[in-house]
Design a protein around this ligand. Structure first.
Ligand code: ZN
Length: 144
């Protein structure tokens, strides 16, 4: 049980490598609910669906601030990005597209992986797609 979404945070997107501009208001501590003090800035890069016109891959650079609780002294990231699941290298859009290819278009995982690269310029290993589909829990055995 963690009160996700309670940390008001601002996500900054840029192609630059600097996260200096990333700030977010101190939110509540996910562990004890105490006040979180500003601690630092972190970033991660996620792969998005590429631009179909230019055929170029698109990587998003997500900056977020990290906080340290003044009460229990644990640090926690204020990464509340709506763009990509935590710890994922891909955005929700990539994930949803991949899952849809397999479930709705009935594509084998390997073909879905190839299709994502061909049409969206994003490389997703087919095993990763398999994980997503299984996590989505919608891969029905046989026909619907
Ligand atoms: Zn705390």
């Amino acid at each position: 049980m963690s009160p996700k979404g309670s940390l008001g945070s601002r996500i900054f997107l840029s192609r630059a490598s600097s996260c200096a501009a990333a700030t977010s208001p101190a939110g509540g501590c996910p562990f004890c609910g105490g006040r979180g003090g500003r601690w630092g800035v972190a970033s991660r890069t996620v792969h998005d669906l590429g631009d179909p016109l230019s055929g170029r891959p698109i990587d998003l650079h997500i900056c977020y601030s990290t906080h340290r609780c003044l009460a229990c002294r644990r640090s926690f990231p204020a990464d509340q990005s709506d763009l990509a699941p935590l710890k994922s290298q891909y955005t929700h859009r990539v994930q949803q597209t991949a899952v849809r290819l397999v479930i709705e278009d009935d594509m084998p995982y390997r073909m879905a992986s190839w299709h994502l690269w061909r049409d969206h310029r994003v490389f997703v290993p087919w095993a990763t797609i398999q994980n997503w589909v299984e996590a989505a829990g919608e891969k029905k055995p046989g026909r619907r």
